[in-house]
Design a protein around this ligand. Structure first.
Ligand SMILES: [Zn+2]
Length: 960
């Protein structure tokens, strides 16, 4: 499953304290006994989009008792099942019905318990038959549900689709609905003749092999039996969609189709080509052929997740699959590629090999997250996905730095706990830890280990130790070694939340060794944790700045508080760097003299340091400063080289730190100095990139342009604002000539920030009239930028209005966009959410609607007043808050506490630095022209006075 919202925001973290309230009996309450195994399901569904009251079906389940038993326990949800319709019999005596009675739980266990009139013996195959049941279409997009769209003639068209992961197959038919229970499925769908595209996981059965009777008024669609698979991967589609296929010109050998609304087929071209190319690469990489006879991709208008990897019938939200040239932004096109790849990866990691339970969601989503980048890179190397990966890693370090975060492996039992595991930890953190594993094992050992894993456990459900032993086998067969068993290394990474910060110092000025200490990194530095890890490290010296070999040169062990490592040649080096290309999932802090030397090296010739390490140094320095581990003046000094930085990745790395400074400094006396500093740094790129895309520019340049223009337009560059406004005027006067989609959000935001009602109304009308989900998404994100209180309030009302034209899957975007627009808008959004949380909760459909809103607050709320408001939010709505929401609120509290401390500890330090360099007597031209070092060879930076005073021992090298 792909969660669209995780692209920019952090998912819910299930609060660790929940463990303490989970009783011993908790697992027993939800988890099915393993004494009966299903092997085959024969499922019939009658699906009619024009009768939304219910659907009907029947199912025969072939079961094999593992022990003698007189009870069968499985799951069913929101289902009417009559006693007369249940039969249990063995294959030799089909008329001897052993059914005695049954109960169907009305709580969230969804347990369906069937008592038998006699004990059935172990290993004797029986059939459990539901001759008829009546199910409910889901109204929250989890289960089988009805969706609508407007056709070219302006009429409403209906369709039926499904989302069964993680616990909603039980809402489609009674079943053993845990990934552990793999079986084969025979599916038959009876649909009305007005719906001619009916699809499921497998191709249709040939006419000479039909099994089911015809039924008057219905058209029968019989599908071939599936391979052995988990229930959550089943899928259904009843529609009048149209498709494009690879039949005429296959890039990939398996029949491959993209289904979507009639009239949108031209927008499926990208998915068709990229999807096939990507499957070819993944088969090569895994050495394992995709083994279902077709691969369909379907774009549906309403979808809870971004996409879902159902075997053979992958379902996407439209914006996650369709690409319109001239309308779709570069970022969205990239996301479409990434999401297609993510779902393709699941055909192996998830479908062939599944986790035994959702406690190990990361076995699916961590690999999908890692490979959605790695395997997109195989097809589109110019997209620089593995460089961009570092920005995602840095993003998740932020959310993984609270004590309340859950570890990768996290026991979950109830449906709400299970859905809570589909969070940033299972996706980006696990993906980042997997990338670290790729580098400490070396890429080829890693690849071979995964090939062993897939081959050995194909069609099985596994636990992480089975992954580790496959990787260990590949490692043992290779020339590469590590000093620990993989299971020992990975257990700590998987069972402990968070990550370490390494504190590194030269052991002595004349010694060729460093001392490394580790501890858990927590945003709120008043908190501590005993957790420690096996940390792979490698290093680069200024005397040989080669960052290419990412194998570990040593390991920091969990059992020692600090360790010494010999580094030959260290005394000759001006600077050193640990964690080449930031392949390790941790932060590194150095002694001040090394930070200073690094700032100097960046200032002198930043190309000496690998671009990913430049990004890494910025991100680590600003976060360590925010965390009280490094003086802010060092971080700020490090950032000064950015005036010469032309690569997007370091700018992508610094941008969140500038956003944080923006939120803590806004309203303060030095806010304008901070803005002035940022404008100084961005001035050369503002000139170079401008508003107009150049022919043949790099794939990531539009992202870079957006950062630079956004900072300029928000931080008082009048020319930026006026250019944006004139572009918007031009578009209003000539709407047939749309703007470059990559700058639309920025231009619209700039036009709304001034409070223009006319601009808001124009863009809102544009949203209402657009049929393109990409364009709608840009507009929805931009409209929150309005500073007009009345229009902002109107916009937020769309979240809870019964008549709003905004699809429920998209509504959380409204509040996230308002929250992120400005400090004033953050306040307005917070007040709105406090007042209306109960109304918002059921209307922001999708997986992580409310938690995404709360996580947007986590990045914006910084003061004691905010803390009081969060108290009010949680006390007013205590009774309805879910586990995921409670965890998000805990994260907000930790972040606010850290920000309050920030103000006490850092405000004056940052003010001093800015005043000294950009205040009265400083000035715009001063940047980069501080005191010059007297020794040309030491590579020290042009440091600024306030900074030099602070770091007294460095003063001696300066010419005062
Ligand atoms: Zn996924």
């Amino acid at each position: 499953m792909y969660l669209l919202t995780l692209l920019s925001l952090i998912g819910a973290a299930v609060c660790r304290t929940l463990d303490t309230i989970v009783e011993e009996s908790h697992a027993d309450r939800y988890v099915l006994p393993k004494n009966i195994l299903p092997s085959f399901y024969d499922v019939i569904l009658y699906l009619d989009p024009d009768n939304e009251a219910y659907f009907e079906g029947s199912v025969d389940i072939r079961i094999i008792p593992q022990t003698d038993t007189n009870e069968i326990v499985l799951q069913a949800m929101e289902m009417q099942i009559n006693a007369a319709d249940i039969e249990v019999f063995n294959e030799f005596q089909p008329t001897n019905n052993l059914y005695s009675s049954h109960t169907l739980a009305s709580d969230d266990t969804h347990l369906l318990k069937i008592q038998l009139s006699e004990t059935i013996p172990a290993a004797r195959v029986h059939t459990l038959r539901f001759k008829q049941f009546r199910g409910q279409y889901a109204t929250n997009m989890f289960g089988i549900y009805v969706s609508t769209y407007t056709n070219a003639a302006g009429q409403t068209e209906k369709l039926i689709t499904s989302q069964l992961q993680p616990t909603f197959a039980r809402r489609a038919f009674p079943c053993f609905d845990e990934p552990f229970f793999k079986a084969r499925f025979r599916t038959t769908i009876y649909a009305r003749p007005t719906y001619n595209v009916v699809e499921s996981n497998m191709p249709l059965r040939p006419n000479d092999d039909l099994k089911k009777p015809d039924v008057q008024g219905w058209v029968k669609h019989e599908f071939q039996d599936t391979p052995l698979m988990s229930t959550y991967l089943l899928a259904y589609l009843v529609s009048n969609f149209q498709s494009v296929s690879n039949e005429a010109n296959p890039i990939y050998s398996v029949p491959f189709k993209v289904w979507s609304r009639p009239g949108t087929q031209a927008t499926a071209a990208f998915a068709l080509e990229f999807g096939q190319q990507n499957m070819v690469e993944l088969e090569k990489y895994t050495e394992f052929k995709y083994d279902v006879p077709k691969l369909d991709k379907a774009a549906v208008p309403d979808f809870a997740a971004g996409a879902m990897e159902n075997w053979g019938l992958v379902i996407y939200r439209e914006v996650a699959l369709l690409v319109t040239d001239g309308v779709t932004t570069t970022a969205t096109r990239q996301n479409v590629g990434r999401i297609i790849c993510h779902e393709n990866v699941h055909q192996w990691f998830g479908n062939e090999v599944s986790p035994v339970s959702w406690t190990y969601t990361w076995l699916n989503e961590g690999f999908a997250n890692f490979f959605e980048n790695f395997a997109t890179d195989l097809v589109k190397p110019d997209w620089r996905m593995m460089d961009q990966f570092v920005l995602a890693l840095q993003n998740v370090l932020q959310s993984d730095a609270v004590l309340s975060v859950n570890p990768m492996t996290h026991p979950v039992y109830s449906p709400s706990e299970i859905i809570g595991t589909f969070n940033a930890v299972a996706y980006q953190k696990s993906g980042s830890v997997i990338r670290m594993m790729q580098h400490f094992l070396t890429p080829e050992v890693f690849r071979k280990g995964l090939a062993i894993y897939i081959k050995k456990h194909s069609r099985e459900a596994v636990v992480p130790s089975q992954l580790y032993s496959a990787l260990q086998q590949a490692l043992d067969e290779s020339d590469h070694t590590i000093p620990f068993q993989i299971i020992d290394v990975m257990s700590r990474w998987a069972y402990q939340g968070g990550f370490p910060v390494l504190t590194v110092t030269r052991s002595a000025a004349a010694a060729n060794s460093i001392t490394v200490a580790q501890e858990r990194y927590l945003t709120d530095n008043k908190l501590t944790s005993p957790d420690r890890w096996h940390v792979p490290i490698n290093w680069v010296l200024s005397t040989n700045p080669d960052f290419s070999d990412t194998k570990p040169q040593a390991w920091v062990r969990p059992t020692f508080p600090a360790l010494s490592f010999d580094i030959p040649g260290l005394t000759q080096a001006d600077w050193y760097i640990l964690n080449k290309q930031q392949t390790g999932y941790y932060r590194v802090n150095y002694e001040n003299s090394n930070w200073l030397a690094l700032a100097g090296a960046l200032d002198t010739d930043h190309s000496v340091i690998h671009v990913l390490n430049r990004a890494n140094l910025l991100d680590d320095a600003f976060n360590l400063a925010r965390n009280g581990r490094l003086n802010y003046q060092i971080a700020l000094s490090l950032s000064r080289y950015l005036v010469k930085e032309k690569d997007y990745i370091p700018w992508g790395a610094i941008n969140p730190s500038f956003t944080y400074l923006d939120s803590v400094l806004s309203g303060s006396s030095i806010y304008s100095l901070f803005q002035q500093y940022v404008r100084q740094l961005t001035a050369p790129l503002y000139e170079e990139l401008g508003f107009i895309a150049a022919d043949g520019e790099e794939h990531v340049t539009p992202y870079h342009r957006n950062i630079i223009l956004d900072l300029n337009c928000r931080y008082g560059n009048a020319e930026c604002t006026s250019t944006a406004q004139s572009l918007l005027e031009g578009f209003k006067n000539n709407p047939e000539q749309p703007l470059n989609p990559d700058i639309q959000n920025l231009v619209y935001c700039a036009g709304l920030r001034g409070g223009s009602v006319e601009n808001f109304d124009f863009l809102w009308e544009r949203y209402l009239s657009s049929q393109d989900h990409s364009e709608q998404s840009i507009l929805l994100n931009a409209l929150g930028c309005t500073s007009n209180a009345e229009r902002r309030s109107f916009y937020m009302q769309q979240v809870i209005s019964d008549t709003s034209p905004v699809r429920e899957q998209d509504r959380h975007t409204i509040l996230v966009s308002v929250t992120n627009a400005s400090p004033e808008s953050t306040e307005a959004a917070l007040d709105f959410v406090i007042e209306n949380f109960a109304a918002i909760q059921p209307r922001v459909q999708g997986l992580t609607g409310t938690t995404n809103i709360l996580n947007a607050f986590a990045r914006r709320l910084t003061t004691q007043e905010h803390s009081s408001k969060i108290d009010e939010l949680s006390s007013r709505h205590q009774s309805i808050l879910t586990a995921g929401e409670l965890a998000s609120i805990a994260g907000i509290r930790e972040n606010i506490a850290a920000s309050i401390t920030w103000n006490t500890d850092n405000a004056a330090i940052v003010e001093d630095w800015l005043q000294d360099n950009y205040g009265n007597g400083g000035g715009d031209d001063d940047i980069g022209s501080g005191e010059e070092p007297d020794d040309e060879d030491n590579g020290s930076p042009a440091l600024l006075s306030g900074f030099v005073i602070l770091i007294s021992f460095v003063v001696t090298v300066f010419n005062h």
